[in-house]
Unconditional design. Structure first.
Length: 252
């Protein structure tokens, strides 16, 4: 694995590119408008798609703009026997399984992920709890993995299953195919030019930069292409969506 420094950012991650947002994207940042726009799952997703440019880049920042402290959100440590064993082995045997509606299921080690074309991006993490932080993330684009696996036309969502447990069940999240193939959606194994810490999701976490922090699943172990979210968890597309009614589409 080679860490990409600021001068080695991949093409397309130029500083400030994400500022080229549409007028409707700017409108979508207004609290009153967001309350109306994101008031229902299927309605909010369809409306948001109609009113904003889903392909636009999230803002990217300079290295000197990175936050000196980047808080941990969600689980600080899965602390299960299996995860503890992986930590002790420095994740040498960790595998990310890519399956579901694909023609070529994959089982990828950290070395495999590091050998793929890499993207590095300095972006802002916006937490639903009300705080933000700017950090640098590196990893292969999710779209690269999905293409390698031969994702099928019937797939409409990508589901991420994680190593941390909530009420005895693995944490999970999901995104649609638009976000799955967005160039800033990556499976990050590095943060701020270092391997991910346990608190920040080691060894692999999702970065989907145009959505709120809870969509950026940590401790990713499985990536599955599915036709429907029905029957997965509580059917709402993610742990927090099931548990407390968070919006499934958390676009920012």
């Amino acid at each position: 694995m080679t860490l990409i420094t600021r001068r080695g950012l991949v093409a397309g991650s130029a500083v400030g590119a994400g500022l080229l947002l549409s007028g409707c994207d700017k409108l979508g940042t207004q609290p009153a408008f967001r309350k109306i726009l994101f008031s229902g799952d299927k309605i909010n997703h369809a409306t948001q798609r109609a009113l904003s440019n889903r392909g636009a880049l999230a803002p990217e920042f300079r290295a000197d703009q990175m936050s000196p402290i980047f808080r941990v959100n969600g689980t600080h440590d899965p602390a299960t026997p299996d995860y503890n064993a992986h930590v002790a082995a420095r994740f040498a045997d960790w595998r990310v399984q890519v399956g579901g509606l694909v023609t070529r299921p994959l089982s990828l080690s950290l070395a495999d992920l590091g050998a793929l074309p890499q993207r590095a991006q300095i972006t802002r993490h916006d937490c639903v709890e009300g705080w933000s932080a700017i950090g640098k993330w590196q990893g292969p684009m999710l779209g690269t993995l999905l293409k390698a696996a031969g994702v099928r036309d019937a797939a409409r969502f990508i589901v991420f299953t994680c190593a941390d447990l909530y009420h005895g069940a693995p944490y999970y999240e999901s995104i649609d195919m638009v976000d799955a193939f967005h160039p800033q959606t990556i499976l990050a194994w590095a943060m701020n030019d270092q391997r991910l810490s346990v608190g920040h999701g080691a060894p692999v976490r999702l970065r989907v930069e145009r959505q709120l922090g809870y969509k950026n699943a940590k401790y990713v172990a499985r990536v599955d292409a599915v036709a429907s979210l029905a029957g997965i968890g509580g059917g709402q597309g993610g742990y927090w969506e099931d548990a407390v009614g968070y919006d499934w589409y958390a676009g920012i």
